[in-house]
Design a protein. Structure first.
Length: 247
């Protein structure tokens, strides 16, 4: 069984992941009414309060930018960020909230890379995703353009791309090129299915990952995470925890 395994049983030799040590969540969808995440400010505040209760100290929320489904811009996201921050201040939520974006790899993304019009987090990291069903093409060009522009690429939820299931070869290859790999914690709980869970475990067991994020869209995601914190081989998250200190 991989890193997380099933959580219906709790062997005595397992310890709980201390989310206060994780500190930062770098993938979520919390700005209301702009993508498939929070649908109103009440949901946003509820999730932020839950993140705080779980021990996080910083949230980097990453709304989708995907045309035509979610035609967000940097201005739309930053405006929404300010609105949420104002609500947090009024309600006494002490979390640090920042915003970047989860870009969908298409022609418009390449245009934004070339014009250096991207929302980043940490040390100029850029989070982006591929189609779940269709193998991306010309990725070498994408990586070269991102790195040439001074960005640090981060591929969102590598384990969820159906065409890679059963192999982490591409993750290994791309990390050697300076591309970062992000894994969803929810994948490790089995939330997206057993094949995706196994793929996430392979990445963690091989230490072929750089970031772990919640990819939280709604409160149910956080309650599932809270119920699934008993993990074996916790030390295998050290690569993630060390990198997270710099976010």
């Amino acid at each position: 069984m991989g890193l997380f395994g099933f959580f219906s049983t709790k062997p005595k030799n397992r310890v709980a992941l201390d989310l206060s040590k994780v500190k930062v969540d770098m993938h979520s969808h919390l700005i209301p009414e702009i993508d498939d995440g929070a649908q109103n400010m009440e949901e946003t505040i509820g999730m932020l309060a839950k993140f705080e209760a779980l021990g996080f100290s910083k949230i980097i929320t990453t709304p989708h930018i995907k045309h035509p489904s979610y035609p967000n811009s940097s201005a739309i996201i930053l405006s929404g960020l300010n609105e949420v921050r104002n609500q947090m201040k009024e309600l006494g939520i002490s979390l640090t909230l920042e915003a970047a974006a989860e870009y969908f790899y298409d022609e418009s993304f390449l245009e934004k890379v070339k014009s250096r019009d991207l929302l980043t987090f940490g040390d100029n990291y850029v989070l982006f995703e591929f189609s779940f069903y269709h193998t991306p093409t010309f990725v070498d060009v994408l990586f070269d353009e991102l790195i040439k522009a001074g960005y640090k690429p981060v591929i969102a939820h590598f384990e969820r791309y159906l065409y890679f299931l059963g192999s982490i070869e591409k993750a290994v290859e791309w990390r050697k090129r300076g591309v970062n790999i992000q894994v969803n914690l929810l994948s490790l709980t089995g939330h997206y299915g057993m094949e995706i869970k196994k793929q996430a475990e392979m990445l963690i067991d091989a230490c072929e990952f750089d970031f772990v994020g919640s990819d939280c869209h709604r409160m149910e995601h956080l309650t599932l995470l809270e119920a699934s914190l008993t993990l074996p081989q916790l030390e295998k998250l050290n690569n993630y925890l060390l990198k997270n200190k710099f976010l």
